[in-house]
Write a protein that binds this ligand. Structure first.
Ligand code: CTP
Ligand code: CA
Length: 224
């Protein structure tokens, strides 16, 4: 209902997003994941669709249904998320205008994942897991020759103003969205700080859908 009164700020634009956690297998029945619910990413996808964009959402495992009108591609691991995102950017006949990386991507995967279910050892010893770093999806997309307008997210537990701007510069993205604290995972509301080249602005605590609409308006205002 509210959507129909919103100006179509992203009419004719193509938006690609990542959302949710990733799941990194240890064996066929176990793995490592995180507490991301996907709510913020799905809210941004919904807001982009409401704003008139053609929206593709690459999602890790969540309990959420795809927002109306949004094309969802489900993945498990960070590597799969990376591969799908790059295939979307390479394969699209039309150009992707905006990439929003909301996913809580696992920084590491288990290098020695077992093809069979691990069994307990008689001597009580635990399996030794070896980790290797996953590709950085956002940094990879931001470094493409014809990169879309890239928006990152960051959940920091301290020094948000300092770490947020540092992360924006390190990832080389024009806009980075900071979550305040770790009190966002699974919640229906949130509080954001937007970092860009001219500084930072606060989006005070509100529902994730309302914040998502504000973020989409902020992105639309920055597209040339
Ligand atoms: N991100 C990504 N691919 C990764 C890791 C992160 O695309 N392998 C994206 C996230 O979706 C988010 C942004 O990068 O938009 C920042 O993620 P964050 O975990 O805060 O940053 P890291 O560079 O992983 O730094 P940290 O050591 O603080 O986790
Ligand atoms: Ca990380």
């Amino acid at each position: 209902v509210i959507a129909s009164f919103q100006p179509k700020l992203l009419k004719g634009k193509r938006v690609l997003l990542t959302a949710g956690p990733t799941f990194e297998p240890i064996d066929p029945v176990r793995g490592i994941t995180n507490l991301s619910s996907g709510k913020m990413g799905y809210a941004v996808a919904r807001a982009a669709y409401e704003a008139g964009a053609e929206v593709t959402l690459v999602s890790g495992p969540t309990a959420l249904t795809a927002p109306y009108g949004v094309r969802r591609i489900s993945v498990q691991t960070a590597q799969q998320m990376h591969d799908i995102v790059l295939a979307q950017l390479a394969g699209a006949d039309e150009r992707t205008d905006v990439f929003v990386a909301v996913a809580a991507v696992a920084d590491w995967r288990v290098a020695n994942a077992s093809p069979q279910k691990l069994k307990k050892n008689a001597d009580g010893s635990a399996p030794a897991l070896v980790f290797e770093q996953n590709p950085d999806i956002l940094a990879t997309v931001a470094a493409l020759p014809k990169a879309p307008y890239c928006v990152g997210f960051a959940a920091e537990s301290e020094n948000l103003l300092q770490y947020g701007e540092a992360k924006r510069l390190r990832k080389n993205v024009p806009l980075l969205v900071g979550n305040i604290g770790h009190d966002t995972f699974g919640k229906d509301d949130n509080q954001l700080v937007l970092f860009d080249a001219s500084g930072h602005v606060d989006l005070p605590r509100a529902g994730k859908q309302q914040l998502a609409r504000q973020l989409i308006a902020a992105i639309a205002a920055r597209l040339v």
